[in-house]
Design a binder for this molecule. Structure first.
Ligand SMILES: Cc1cc2nc3c(=O)[nH]c(=O)nc-3n(C[C@H](O)[C@H](O)[C@H](O)COP(=O)(O)OP(=O)(O)OC[C@H]3O[C@@H](n4cnc5c(N)ncnc54)[C@H](O)[C@@H]3O)c2cc1C
Length: 424
């Protein structure tokens, strides 16, 4: 019997466990997680902070999931060492877990920049349910918060704080917010919505120093920006991105670049060891090579592919790509692939419908007659169809003029195209 071990009990780990159990009901299956909770939906922690959902409602699977699937769930324990030769994983309580097939679905860890005074004061990151709980315990209406980082996580935590009556300033180093997810025009639409929501946004700036009030050690009172100005601050949240937790393979010889490199079967450079999700550098069907694509659906799908291969069914990962969707401050956005093609590069064709004055913006980027990037802001109902075309690599030149139409529907596409999309 094959012994399966999965480190990480989130999107990737659950995807793998489900795929394994669809094939092999008998092989012992253990999931280890450093977090003390059954799997929960990480994207919902902002709603939890805002008091709009409960831990129970964030559960990613029913409580009986582990029992029904004969999964031995080890919570609150961390993998500290891997011995590939003897195929053992050592946990921080000293336990040695043997395996035949191992999956590393350990995600990422928030990046904490080397800001002067930061480590001497209280600050928050925002990546786990415990992070949200810690912040929830300290927040109250009327406080002033500084959120460092204007990406998706920064905006999510900002919106939750605003709902709790906190005055938020976002400090973003790049010239625009959502720099990785949107082009300048679409970002300006989001900026307007965020500012109308009462948030102050400072771009091209960073926090240079964290200052406290002398009588209460460790409590932040102000931050100093890189232009020398200071802002009052009761809560400091760092949301500048995550770093793959590749340290789990330190010293093993498993190949790593920015993440753990996996092949199209989600296998690492060591047979019997797989990786998926935020920690893995996996195939990106737009880049045509390996990249980090740290989003929930890619982790789940990559986990499923890993699980199938671990259980002996040869399965190839069709790939993921960068995709972002957000509903914040009353504005919905969805973007994927190449959102801002390199300027002056004639190979790209851009279809644009810029109606920012009425709150919408749509942009589709084509390369060789196929969709390679998209931004839909304000009006996202049709975005799924365009994403489907991008995912399938469908040649669209014959009907490209229809892709930005308000009434774009599957039936506006040629019959063979929508029939193919219905089959996928
Ligand atoms: C606030 C927030 C909002 C987000 N919103 C979205 C969204 O709207 N849409 C979207 O697609 N994506 C979103 N994401 C990203 C998404 O949550 C991640 O891509 C996804 O969770 C990755 O899943 P994963 O299984 O790779 O790893 P993770 O979800 O990061 O889980 C990894 C688990 O492994 C555990 N672990 C790590 N190291 C060890 C170890 N050594 N031993 C034991 N356990 C370990 C960790 O504690 C963690 O529980 C959001 C993320 C955050 C933080």
């Amino acid at each position: 019997m094959t012994r399966y071990l999965i480190i990480g009990n989130s999107s990737g780990g659950i995807g793998a466990a489900e795929a394994i159990r669809e094939i092999d009901r008998r092989g012992p299956l253990t999931i280890v997680s450093e977090e003390p909770y059954p799997a929960y939906s990480r994207p919902l922690i902002a709603r939890y902070l805002a008091g709009e959902t409960s831990v129970e409602r964030m559960a990613y699977r029913r409580p009986e999931f582990y029992r029904q699937n004969d999964i031995d769930l080890v919570l609150g324990q961390r993998l500290v060492r891997l011995d590939l030769a003897s195929r053992h994983a050592e946990l921080d309580d000293g336990r040695l877990l043997p395996y035949d097939q191992l999956l590393l679905a350990v995600g990422g860890t928030p990046i904490v920049p080397p800001i002067e005074g930061l480590r001497e004061h209280e600050f928050f990151t925002f990546a786990t349910l415990d992070d949200a709980r810690r912040l929830a315990a300290r927040v109250h209406s009327g406080q002033r918060a500084i959120v460092v980082g204007g990406g998706l996580v920064g905006l999510s935590v900002t919106e939750a704080l605003v709902r709790l009556g906190v005055h938020v300033t976002i400090v973003e180093l790049a010239p625009q917010i959502l720099g990785r997810a949107l082009d300048t025009a679409a970002a300006s639409l989001v900026l307007r919505a965020v500012e109308e929501g009462g948030v102050r946004v400072l771009t091209g700036r960073t926090v240079a120093r964290v200052l406290g009030s002398a009588p209460t050690a460790g409590v932040v009172s102000r931050v100093e920006l890189d232009d020398g100005s200071t802002l009052p601050c009761d809560l400091l949240i760092i949301a500048i991105g995550v770093r793959p937790r590749t340290e789990v393979v330190d010293g093993t010889g498993i190949a790593v670049q920015r993440g753990i490199i996996v092949d199209r079967h989600m296998a690492t450079s060591c047979r019997e060891v797989y990786a998926c999700g935020d920690v893995a550098e996996a195939y990106d069907f737009i880049a045509g090579g390996n990249r980090l694509t740290p989003i929930w659906p890619n982790a789940y799908l990559g986990g499923r592919i890993a699980g199938r291969n671990m259980a002996g069914v040869d399965t190839v990962y069709s790939g993921g790509t960068a995709m972002n969707s957000l509903h914040a401050f009353g504005l919905s956005i969805m973007s994927a692939g190449i959102v801002d093609p390199p300027p002056g590069e004639p190979a790209y064709e851009v279809l644009l419908r810029d109606e920012r004055a009425r709150g919408t913006y749509r942009k589709i980027t084509l390369l060789g007659g196929r969709v390679v990037g998209m931004i839909f802001a304000g009006e996202v109902d049709r975005a799924g169809i365009v994403f489907g075309l991008m995912r399938n690599g469908t040649p669209v030149h014959a009907f490209a003029d229809r892709l930005l139409a308000d009434d774009l529907g599957l039936l506006s596409l040629p019959a063979e195209v929508w029939q193919q999309m219905m089959r996928v």
